[in-house]
Design a protein around this ligand. Sequence first.
Ligand code: MLT
Length: 268
Amino acid sequence: MYYTIDGLRMFVDERGAAQPEVILFVHGFPFDHSMWTNQMAVFSAHYHCIAPDLRGHGGTSAVVPNDNQSMTLDRMAGDLLALLDQLAPRKPVTLCGLSMGGYIAFAMWRRQPGRFARLVLADTKATPDTPEVLARRQAQADTVKAEGAKAISTSMINGLLARQHRDDVIGVSVRRMIESTSAQGIIATLHALAGRPDSTQTLATIDIPTLVIVGEKDQTTPPADAHYMVERLPANPRFIMIPQAGHLSPLENPAAFNTALSDFLAGS
Ligand code: MLT
């Protein structure tokens, strides 16, 4: 269904609405709510599961008429906090973000920590972009501006997925998500990603139960990035490495991801 947030028409996949506890699933770049399809199907039996399409992705437009503010991850965080205002959950929320979704989760935590009961940081990192990544983002933005999203999808898929998933049904669904994101959405989000702050100091403030998950073959935010977060999170975080998965562990190995999430929910 659609919600209106700050003049934006935001698409939200929402299931299990009768359940009192909310899990908010925040997707990565440049994907949409459907990357959480295997989690929505399972966890909506016991939780009110919410998977929005972020500004500029999926069914949510990149541009609001007469809006001259730029796209930032902090603004995307504000969109999600406004969505929670509308949903008015009865209990504190479990916030689960993958990669860019994790960067956005840090921004949400900095703004309104009292809203959250648990945090899941999947295939993400706290540190900002290196000069090499900044240069790659600029090159991607230039390519997408000239030739559209299809021009970057194959190289992105090769960097995102474990080799065995690149040409199977998972590769097909990731290609569909990338290629259906508008050029405008991709370019604006690349700039937003490049401009995000270092969240290392934020880690020390996260005093709620936290689960850190990473695909063993994640090349974008490798296991070393997960260890970096685990070492700095104060509340004895859980750490799970997902076998046979790259950067999109909830899609590449949903059974292992769901077991990790379900054990965490049951134990915290
Ligand atoms: C993502 O999956 O959200 C992106 O890989 C994040 C990034 O490029 O830093």
